[in-house]
Structures are given as structure tokens and as C-alpha cells.
Design a protein around this ligand. Structure first.
Ligand SMILES: NC(=O)c1ccc[n+]([C@@H]2O[C@H](COP(=O)([O-])OP(=O)(O)OC[C@H]3O[C@@H](n4cnc5c(N)ncnc54)[C@H](OP(=O)(O)O)[C@@H]3O)[C@@H](O)[C@H]2O)c1
Length: 224
């Protein structure tokens, strides 16, 4: 009996150790509608998640709802702690964040859902749309390995359609960003369809790849 209990305990400990080893440390900068939704999906999938805010004391309810692998921190804490940094802010915040995050990303993957709108983000949004959103991101965050995803699916659909076989265009160029980006999309309950950053504007709201699409529908739009 004792030996059987010891065996069960050992197997459980090994499983827990393996699960911890497989989990990522994900920092969310901008824990609003999108950051809060995606971060919660990743926490429920077993990842460690730090939600951050300029006012981290406001995140208590979100952290509690996301479960025991979630925590709260400042924007600087988040930049330092995570192995992947999820950026989910109004694009107008990019110049401030660029200054704040300078020297702190150290080759990390930055996963951005942030979209520019000239109506909301003024001159910053207008310039990013003119230049192309991925190039603008790279000018603001030159040290980061960039991946862009979940840019044109509403936050409510992220929660409701998770696990229902929907595809997400996932824009990245280098191997590290492609691999981690695809994993995060998958672990949020969607199918990543990898595309180069040069096509990122097509994934903006109203763009030809926007909407909640099946993999077949997305590939049809891509002409595949
Ligand atoms: N809403 C959607 O369905 C949807 C879907 C796809 C993509 N997007 C895009 O994703 C981004 C986030 O959208 P959202 O709807 O989640 O917005 P949101 O609910 O307004 O949340 C944005 C968060 O950004 C943070 N923030 C603002 N300025 C900041 C700064 N200077 N430094 C750090 N954090 C800052 C705010 O956090 P604190 O005030 O707590 O610091 C806020 O919680 C936007 O670019 C949006 O266009 C939205």
C-alpha cells in the first residue's frame, strides 16, 4: 500500500514538473479587454502569466479569475519577468512604451495585438498606417523578435471561439518569433497560419484577412 502511494506521488510530481517545464512565462502589457482575455486563456492553458498595468492594484479581480498561475505587476516588472511580452495597448502608447522598454527586451519575443487607428491614435496611428504596422513596431521596439496576431478578431470572440477550430493569421519572420507566436495562438485555442511580417497590414481590422475564419476560409483568401 505504502509503495503504491509512493509510486502515485512520484508520478504526480514528475507530471507536475513536466507541466511546469513546458509552461511559458508570459507578460501582458496592456491588461485591458484583449490582454485580459488572452492572458486568462493562457493561464488556463497552464502558462504563468503576469498582467501589468500603470496601476497594478486595479488587477486583483483579473488575476483572481485567471487562476493560480497569474500575478500582477508594473510595466517594468512585466518587461523584465516574461520570456514573451504581449503588447496589447492603444497604438498611441507606442512612443512612451518605446522609451520605457528601451534596453529591457533583450532579444525577447514581443507578441502584439496592438493596432493603429488615426481616429484614436492621432499622428502616431497615421504614421504607422502610412509606413506599415510591422515596420512601425520594429522602429519602436528594435530589440524585439516581433510577432503580430489576434489583430482583427474581437476580444469577445477570442473567448467564445477558443477551441472551435478558427484560424488566426500570425505574422512573424524569424524562427523564435514564428515558433513562440504559433504556440501562443495554439494555446489560446486557435489555429495559427504563419505569414511574413510584410503582410501584417492585411491582418488589420477591415483588411482582407480580418474576421473570424476557419483555416480553409483563411487559406482560400490567401489563394492557397
Ligand atoms: N478590443 C478588441 O476587440 C480588439 C481586438 C483586436 C485587437 N485590438 C487592439 O488591441 C489593443 C488593445 O485593445 P483593448 O480593446 O484591449 O484596449 P483596452 O481595453 O483599452 O486596454 C488597453 C490597455 O492598454 C494599457 N495602456 C494604455 N496606455 C498605456 C501605456 N502608455 N503604457 C502601458 N499600458 C498602457 C491600459 O492599461 P492601464 O491603463 O491599466 O495601464 C489598458 O488596460 C489595441 O491596439 C486594439 O486596437 C482590440
Amino acid at each position: 500500500m505504502f509503495r503504491r502511494l509512493l509510486l502515485i506521488f512520484t508520478v504526480l510530481t514528475l507530471c507536475l514538473g513536466q507541466a511546469m517545464a513546458d509552461s511559458l512565462k508570459i507578460s501582458v502589457i496592456g491588461a485591458g479587454k484583449v490582454g485580459g482575455t488572452l492572458g486568462t486563456l493562457w493561464a488556463k492553458a497552464g502558462h504563468e502569466v503576469m498582467f501589468s498595468s500603470r496601476h497594478p492594484e486595479t488587477l486583483t479581480e483579473l488575476v483572481k479569475a485567471a487562476g493560480p498561475t497569474a500575478r500582477a505587476g508594473s510595466v517594468s516588472d512585466a518587461a523584465q519577468w516574461g520570456e514573451v511580452i504581449v503588447l496589447s495597448v492603444p497604438y498611441g502608447a507606442m512612443p512612451v512604451l518605446s522609451e520605457q522598454l528601451k534596453g529591457k527586451l533583450d532579444g525577447k519575443v514581443v507578441f502584439s495585438t496592438s493596432n493603429p487607428f488615426s481616429s484614436r491614435d492621432g499622428e502616431v496611428g497615421r504614421k504607422a498606417l502610412e509606413l506599415g504596422v510591422a515596420l512601425a513596431d520594429q522602429q519602436y521596439l528594435p530589440e524585439a523578435h516581433l510577432v503580430r496576431a489576434f489583430n482583427a478578431i474581437g476580444y469577445a470572440a477570442m473567448k467564445e471561439q477558443s477551441g472551435s477550430g478558427k484560424a488566426i493569421p500570425t505574422f512573424a519572420d524569424d524562427d523564435q518569433a514564428r515558433e513562440l507566436g504559433a504556440r501562443l495562438v495554439r494555446d489560446a485555442g486557435f489555429i495559427p497560419v504563419l505569414l511574413p511580417l510584410v503582410r501584417a497590414d492585411e491582418g488589420l481590422p477591415g483588411g482582407p484577412l480580418s474576421g473570424v475564419l476557419s483555416e480553409a476560409e483563411l487559406k482560400y483568401r490567401l489563394g492557397e
